[in-house]
Design a binder for this molecule. Structure first.
Ligand code: NA7
Length: 546
C-alpha cells in the first residue's frame, strides 16, 4: 500500500520529507504518532506488508510476550488504555498484532506508511544537507531527518550448514514462518536452536507432530512463564491501576514490574531462601530473573547457588536423568543469557515422540535432501525449522548501506563493535537518530517502556532543532566515545557481559571482528533516563548545530 504523501516526494518531484522513519514496528508506530502530532511532513518505510515488526514476522506457534501484557501497551493515550482488553497475562502474537493495527487505525497513522518498502541505502548529501534514501524497488526519496526504528531482532540468521538448499522437504527460519501456517499432522519435524524462540515453538508443536527431534547445541536456563487468562473483572481492575503499573515500570531498572529483592542471597536463611525461590518459580514472568535477590545476577557464588536450585527443578521435571542432564546448562549461570520463559517445555522431553539430540557431542555435518546428518547419524524429516536466532541489534542496520558525512559506511564504523552516543546518535552521521539502536537503554528493557522514552526524547530533540531553525545536527565524537566506555563499564558490573549471547553481539552464524562485549546498555532505565534527560535539560550540549 502506498500512503498518499509518498507520491509527491520522489527525488526531483517534490520538496522531500522532513523526516523518514524506517520501520513500522512498536517503535516506528509511536514515532509516527509523535511526528504526526508535531505536524512534520514524514513517511514510514516498512519492509513488511503491514505494521507490527516482530509481531508481524514471527508467526510461529507459541510466539507470545514474556512481558506482562498490561505493561506492554503504549502508555501515551488514556483512551487507548481504556478501550483495549488483553485476554492473557502474556498475550499471544496474534493479539499483539491486532493491538498494533488498532493503534495505527485509531490514530490514523497508516496514511503515512509505505509497506513492502525495503530501504537498501541511505546516503548523506552534505551540500543538500539531507539524506538520500534508495529503496529496493528503485524509488528514491530525500529527507532532512532520518529516524531508524529497524528493530533489534529483525535480521534472522539461518545456520551456515552445508547442504541447506538441498533439503527437499519444507524448511524455514522461525522469523519467516509461513503466513499460511504449517500442517504438522503426521510430520517428522526437526527444530534446530533452543533459545527463547525454540523453547516457545517446541512446547507448542510437540503434541501436534508425528515426531519431533530437537537439535540442541547449548541448553539455556528456562523458567515457567505462568501464563493464564485475564478475566474481564481482572482487566477492569488493571485499567484502574494503569498509572500505578506504569509508575512501577518506571521505577525498575528493566522497565518491568519486577524489581530485585534488596537482600543479598547469603544473608537469607536457607529455608526462607528456598521458599522464596519456589514462589518465584511458581510465579510468573521475569520475576524469577529480575525479582530475585539482588546479588544473583552480579555475584558468581550467589548465581551458582540459584542455578543449582533451577537445576533441581529441571531434573525433577524430566524423567530420564540422562536427558535431564543434557538440558542443564554447564557453561553459564542462570540469567547470564536471556532466560527463555516456558510452558511445559521440560515435560515435552518425557513424550515418546520427542528426541533430544545434543549436537555439542554429535555435531551436524550437513543438511541433506532428506534431513540432517550428524557425525553419528542420518535423520529423515519432512520439516526442518531453524530457530537459530538473529544478528541482533546491529544486523538490521548493516543490511542497509548508511553512508555518512565523510563517506564512511556505518558498517565500517561499527566493524569493531557498534558505537553511538546514548545509543541514539552516531558521529559522522548527521541528522540521523538510531532510535532503540545499539548501546541504547531501550533495548535490554521491557521494549515499549524503553522506546516510549527514547521516542519522546527524539521527538523533543527534533522539535528543538526545528524551532531554532537549525538545518543540521551532529553528535560530538567525545560524547560517543565516553558513552561507549560507560556502556562497557556498566556491563562489567553484571555477569552477562562476558557471556556469548545476543546481548554481547555473539551469533555463531555471523562473523564478527570483535570479542563479545555489551551491545546493549545494562546501566538500567533510571540511569539512562537521567543521561538523556540531562542532555535535553542543558540544551543538548554534546551536539553541534548549524
Ligand atoms: P537466540 O536466543 O539467539 O537462540 C538461538 C538458538 O539457536 C541458540 O540455542 C543457539 O545455540 C542456536 N543456534 C544458533 N545457530 C546455530 C547453529 N548453526 N547450529 C545449532 N544451533 C544454533 O535466538 P532466539 O530467536 O531464540 O531468541 C532471540 C530473542 O527473541 C530472545 O532473546 C527474545 O528476546 C526474543 P547456541 O546458544 O549459539 O549454542
Amino acid at each position: 500500500m502506498v500512503g498518499k504523501d509518498n507520491l509527491t516526494n520522489e527525488v526531483g518531484t517534490g520538496p522531500g520529507y522532513e523526516a523518514i522513519i524506517i520501520g513500522a514496528g512498536v517503535c516506528g508506530i509511536y514515532l509516527a504518532y509523535r511526528l504526526q502530532q508535531m505536524g512534520l511532513r514524514f513517511t514510514v518505510l516498512e519492509r513488511g506488508e503491514d505494521v507490527g515488526g516482530t509481531w508481524y514476522w514471527n508467526r510461529y506457534p507459541g510466539c507470545r510476550f514474556d512481558s506482562e501484557s498490561e505493561t506492554y501497551g503504549y502508555s501515551f493515550s488514556k483512551e487507548l488504555l481504556a478501550e483495549w482488553d488483553w485476554s492473557e497475562r502474556f498475550a499471544p502474537r496474534e493479539e499483539t498484532e491486532r493491538y498494533l493495527n488498532h493503534v495505527v487505525a485509531k490514530f490514523d497513522l497508516r496514511q503515512h506508511m509505505r509497506f513492502g518498502a525495503t530501504v537498501v541505502s541511505a546516503r548523506w548529501d552534505e551540500p543538500g544537507c539531507r539524506w538520500h534514501i534508495k529503496l529496493e524497488d528503485g524509488s528514491e526519496l530525500t529527507t532532512r531527518y532520518l529516524l531508524t526504528a529497524v528493530g533489534l531482532l529483525s535480521a534472522p540468521t539461518p545456520p551456515r550448514y552445508a547442504g541447506l538448499e538441498t533439503f527437499k522437504g519444507q524448511s524455514f527460519h522461525t522469523y519467516y514462518y509461513p503466513r499460511e501456517g504449517v500442517d504438522y499432522s503426521g510430520k517428522r519435524v526437526a527444530v534446530i536452536g533452543t533459545g527463547a524462540t525454540g523453547v516457545q515453538l517446541i512446547s507448542a508443536i510437540a503434541d501436534k507432530v508425528a515426531s519431533l527431534t530437537v537439535f540442541q547445541r547449548r541448553p539455556n536456563w528456562c523458567a515457567p512463564l505462568g501464563n493464564g487468562p485475564i478475566e474481564p473483572s481482572e482487566m477492569a481492575a488493571i485499567k484502574e491501576r494503569y498509572d500505578e503499573i506504569f509508575a512501577r515500570c518506571r521505577a525498575t531498572p528493566s522497565g518491568f514490574v519486577h524489581e530485585a529483592d534488596p537482600r543479598k542471597m547469603f544473608e537469607v536463611p536457607e529455608e526462607e531462601r528456598e521458599a522464596f525461590w519456589n514462589e518465584l518459580y511458581n510465579g510468573s514472568g521475569f520475576g524469577i530473573w529480575l525479582g530475585n535477590y539482588k546479588d544473583v545476577l552480579v555475584d558468581e557464588a550467589a548465581n551458582a547457588e540459584f542455578s543449582k536450585f533451577v537445576e533441581r527443578k529441571i531434573r525433577d521435571r524430566v524423567k530420564d536423568p540422562a536427558i535431564a542432564d543434557k538440558l542443564v546448562p554447564k557453561d553459564h549461570g542462570f540469567g547470564t543469557r536471556r532466560v527463555p520463559m516456558e510452558t511445559g517445555y521440560y515435560e515435552v522431553y518425557n513424550q515418546d515422540n520427542v528426541r533430544l539430540v545434543d549436537i555439542s557431542e554429535t555435531p551436524i555435518e550437513t543438511i541433506t535432501a532428506t534431513g540432517i546428518r550428524t557425525v553419528a547419524e542420518d535423520f529423515s524429516f519432512d520439516i526442518i525449522i531453524y530457530a537459530t536466532g538473529f544478528d541482533a541489534v546491529t544486523g538490521a542496520f548493516e543490511r542497509i548501506e548508511f553512508v555518512g558525512a565523510d563517506g564512511l559506511t556505518l558498517k565500517e564504523k561499527w566493524r569493531h563493535g557498534p558505537v553511538a552516543a546514548f545509543g541514539l546518535a552516531v558521529a559522522g552521521f548527521p541528522n540521523m537518530l538510531t532510535v532503540a539502536g545499539p548501546l541504547s537503554g531501550s533495548v535490554a528493557t521491557n521494549f515499549p517502556r524503553g522506546i516510549e522514552e527514547a521516542v519522546d526524547w527524539c521527538a523533543n530533540f527534533i522539535q528543538h532543532v526545528r524551532s531554532r531553525g537549525h538545518e543540521r545536527f551532529e553528535v560530538e565524537q567525545e560524547c560517543e566515545t565516553a558513552w561507549g566506555e560507560h556502556v562497557q563499564e556498566m556491563a562489567r558490573k553484571i555477569l552477562f557481559a562476558q557471556q556469548q549471547s545476543w546481548f554481547t553481539g555473539y551469533n555463531s552464524n555471523v562473523d564478527r571482528e570483535y570479542e563479545p562485549k555489551a551491545i546493549v546498555y545494562a546501566g538500567g532505565a533510571q540511569r539512562y533516563r537521567k543521561a538523556i534527560g540531562e542532555q535535553a535539560e542543558q540544551g543538548y550540549p554534546d551536539f553541534a548545530f548549524n
